[in-house]
Design a protein around this ligand. Structure first.
Ligand SMILES: Cc1ncc(COP(=O)(O)O)c(C=O)c1O
Length: 439
């Protein structure tokens, strides 16, 4: 029997958080998995998810939460959306695994044709990836291949500009572009020096001078709204101006829309808020509503840079995985049919109206910012951040508190969250702030 029969419910808590079953499993996992990925944070017992449906998550102790994480922004349609479950099931009856770049299957055309349809890039070609980090690696490789094939430049263009803060993943190439020093320090001897960094939102004149000074930039990579590193929204027109600066210098613009893509911010792509079309788009996370798949979108002219005799120069065993492709095609259809980007666009201002006065009212809260269904609440200290997170969880509201100093609570609900669930969640968070801030 499905203990979560519907996904539109409010929280129901029956034990402390984490409850006794979660605590026992935490003890067991400690003896089985490596620290870091064993789900224990700071070595403390943590909740274990039993099941999830819609915007609800049930833990192994029977506590039901409203999920404001969407599982790292993945379950845009809500967990276990029936159309996606059906698509995975139907595909599993014919082909579960294929031969990646070597042999095709019809499901990948279903996924890539839908990606092409929603891509703002003219004549889009799709390069599938197995994760967001993998997509970032592919985008950077595409830029380097393309730039090295162009002969007009005096020096080969291989420098990349990235911003602080930013998160692009943790595989070596992506790590190089991500900003957080704690992730990079242990491996710094293996990170190459061709990445230049500027603060997110740096005036485009400074970017322009940098491009002039070096003359060998291949690409700029950015998150249109910084996600994991603190939900930062750039000043109006910055994205458009930066795109123009890149164009003038023939530097490729890579938009990492892994977090912001597929309607999260109220448009299919966050770059669209400034009517800006990047050269390459990295996407992942919500692309298949829970199946692991990602992609890079780029114009045919750029993607031609990969053309070479012999075997693929970037691939992976599980690339264009049949189950993930089936889920991706169904996800993209459903996002479109249910008009979920438009829904995020409508709910964003409602959320802002509810929370915009909070920083003036609650002394632990520094700022609120975001767009669509992606919001950050910046607390004054990491200590307040972790107390806020723990209190929210114990009241049945699941959210992650992150950013470089652990001070930004992220509100990333499924795009299908009901207005009741959203309203209730905001009430709980308001109460938690009251409690934290004292009389
Ligand atoms: C903007 C952005 N880029 C890249 C990544 C890395 O994606 P993945 O964790 O699938 O490798 C993430 C993950 O959070 C992300 O938010």
């Amino acid at each position: 029997m499905d203990p979560l029969e519907r996904g539109d419910l409010l929280p129901s808590m029956s034990t402390s958080v984490p409850g006794p079953k979660s605590s026992t499993l935490s003890e067991q996992i400690r003896g089985l998995e490596a620290p870091g990925i064993n789900t224990l944070y700071n070595d403390q017992p943590n909740i274990f998810w039993h099941s999830a449906l819609g915007s609800n998550v049930l833990d192994v102790d029977g506590n039901r939460y409203v999920d404001l994480t969407s599982g790292f922004g993945v379950a845009a349609l809500g967990h276990r959306h029936p159309k996606i479950v059906q698509a995975i099931y139907d595909q599993s009856k014919v082909l579960v695994h294929g031969l990646g770049d070597a042999i095709g299957h019809p499901g990948r055309l279903a996924a890539s044709s839908r990606l092409k349809r929603i891509s703002p890039i003219e004549n889009t070609r799709v390069y599938f990836a197995v994760s967001g980090s993998d997509a970032v690696e592919i985008a950077v490789k595409t830029a380097l291949l393309y730039q090295s094939a162009r002969s007009r430049r005096a020096k080969p263009a291989n420098r990349i500009l990235a911003f602080d803060p930013s998160y692009h993943g943790l595989t070596f190439g992506a790590l190089n572009l991500s900003s957080r020093q704690a992730f990079k320090d242990p491996f710094s001897t293996h990170l190459h020096p061709q990445v230049q960094r500027l603060p997110f939102g740096t005036a485009c004149e400074t970017v322009d001078s940098l491009f002039r000074q070096f003359g060998d930039f291949a690409a700029v990579i950015l998150e249109p709204i910084v996600g994991r590193e603190g939900i930062l929204v750039p000043e109006a027109n910055w994205l458009a101006d930066l795109a123009e600066t890149c164009r003038r210098h023939e530097v490729l613009l890579i938009a990492d829309e892994i977090f912001t893509g597929f309607g999260r911010t109220g448009r299919w792509w966050a770059m669209e808020h400034e009517s800006t079309v990047p050269d390459l788009i990295c996407c992942g996370k919500a692309m298949a509503n829970g199946m692991p798949i990602a992609a890079v979108l780029g114009a045919e002219e750029l993607m031609q840079a990969w053309k070479a005799p012999g075997e693929a120069r970037h691939t992976a065993t599980f690339v264009a995985h049949p189950l993930a492709c089936a889920a991706a095609a169904a996800t993209l259809d459903t996002l479109e049919k249910e008009k979920l980007p438009q829904r995020a666009d409508r709910l964003g201002p409602m959320i802002y109206d509810r929370i915009r006065h909070w920083p003036a009212r609650f002394r632990e809260l520094e700022a609120v910012r975001g767009r669509g269904l992606l919001w950050g609440l910046e607390l004054k200290s990491s200590e307040a951040g972790s107390r806020f997170g723990a209190e929210a969880w114990s009241h049945g509201i699941l959210l992650l508190v992150g950013g470089p100093e652990g001070r930004v609570a992220q509100l990333v609900p499924p795009l299908t969250i009901t207005e009741d669930q959203l309203d209730y969640s905001l009430k709980v968070l308001e109460d938690v702030f009251h409690q934290l801030s004292g009389p």
